[in-house]
Design a protein. Structure first.
Length: 393
């Protein structure tokens, strides 16, 4: 199945006025998503929040159904969260740890995850250990195998880092974790919506992601997959009357499914919008999206390589739609401002996001251009021409 670019762009009206290469930050939302969000907000204003929610119970249920379909799991294994960070935290902080327990992670782990691991290590006496990269810059599975013992309680991996173009071999890591009986938490924040995700093939116990990036959903949306068999091995770090039932003065009962990781209060309009975004992505096909995104990103790398003073800084055997690069003598933030003046969006990466990776490669700041299926080859050429003009000015 191929992508109908003209239709994709007509259903994303802002494509006509901005070149958007910041999809790893937040994608432009299609009409299907904005209509779903605005439609609920309008109805909420007309009849009231609780009342509108009751009217739209079917659309709310569809969000769980759509996410389960995308991830190839049961809807009972899906929790809705207000962000990918909160989704990741709800799994991670529920894992029991004690002094000497080991957490294994990768060189490209995301900053928010690393900070959470540091906090738990200080609180519990657990230790964080980094699995080295292989020669391609991705997590070395053979090294991971050699680090396993009975003290390893968690393998935490970022599937697609926010910098470096890398797609980590998440399924291979998952097989290692499953064979060893070790919990496996996969951060799919940048991969959800950019490529197919099948939790059966990934063999993960938990998967967290956001709606705003390659899924093209609203900001302030996220979700958590929790494998049914792993659910009983941890208790959510905090509860409310949605996540649990108060059954007596001194007792409560957890929800029997992944809703135990949710909170009562939620942005219902955004929640419905997330379901619309997942449906929209599925309608194009995640395989077709991956093929289109990777082809466009490869073209960006090719064109950037031809510009004097530009160095592409991407890693991995498989590369994604995130392209990172440096430009001699030019600060990435200043470049972003120059692009913005031309109605072109790009972003930057800095050490606080992926400190281990960037320090190991002696990088301070990176330019980041992240493409999606609705972008075009003509936009790639225009972006690279603009970069040449900016750097020559």
């Amino acid at each position: 199945m191929s992508i109908d670019i003209d239709r994709a762009r007509s259903e994303t009206p802002r494509c006509a006025s901005v070149l958007h290469f910041n999809n790893a930050g937040a994608s432009l939302t299609p009409l299907a998503v904005s209509d779903a969000v605005l439609g609920f907000l309008t109805r909420e204003a007309e009849v009231g929040g609780y009342e509108a929610e009751l009217e739209r119970e079917g659309d709310i249920a569809n969000t769980y159904n759509a996410l389960a379909k995308m991830l190839h799991c049961r809807r009972e294994e899906i929790a809705y969260c207000e962000s990918a960070t909160r989704a990741w935290d709800m799994a991670f902080y529920g894992i029991p740890l004690k002094p000497g327990d080991r957490i294994l992670t990768g060189m490209a782990e995301y900053g928010s995850n690393w900070i959470a691991m540091l906090q738990r290590a200080r609180q519990t006496g657990a230790v964080i250990e980094v699995v080295p990269n292989d020669d391609c810059g991705q997590i070395a599975t053979q090294a991971l195998l050699g680090m396993l013992d009975e003290r390893v309680k968690l393998i935490a991996l970022t599937h697609v880092p926010s910098n470096g173009g890398l797609v980590n071999p998440a399924a291979a890591v998952g097989k290692i974790a499953r064979d060893a009986g070790i919990l496996y938490l996969l951060d799919a924040c940048q991969s959800a919506g950019q490529m197919p995700l099948d939790v059966r093939e990934l063999s993960c116990d938990f998967l967290s992601a956001t709606g705003r990036k390659f899924l093209r959903g609203p900001r302030g949306t996220g979700f958590l997959y929790v494998r049914k068999e792993a659910m009983e091995r941890l208790e959510p770090p905090f509860l409310d009357m949605h996540a649990a039932e108060w059954v007596s003065k001194n007792d409560y009962r957890l929800q029997p499914d992944a809703r135990r990781f949710e909170a009562f209060e939620a942005n219902i309009a955004a929640k419905i919008g997330l379901g619309a975004a997942v449906d929209y992505a599925l309608s194009w096909g995640l395989d077709a999206i991956r093929e289109r995104v990777q082809a466009l990103a490869a073209l960006v790398r090719l064109r950037l390589d031809a510009i004097p003073g530009v160095e592409v800084c991407d890693l991995g055997r498989e590369k994604c739609g995130i392209v990172t690069f440096t430009v001699d003598g030019h600060d990435p933030w200043k470049l972003r401002e120059s692009f913005a003046e031309r109605r072109m969006n790009m972003w930057m990466s800095q050490p606080s996001g992926t400190r281990l990776d960037m320090e190991a490669r002696h990088l301070t700041k990176l330019c980041r251009a992240s493409v999606h299926y609705y972008n075009t080859e003509e936009e790639v050429e225009r972006f690279c021409r603009a970069l040449t003009e900016i750097t020559r000015a």
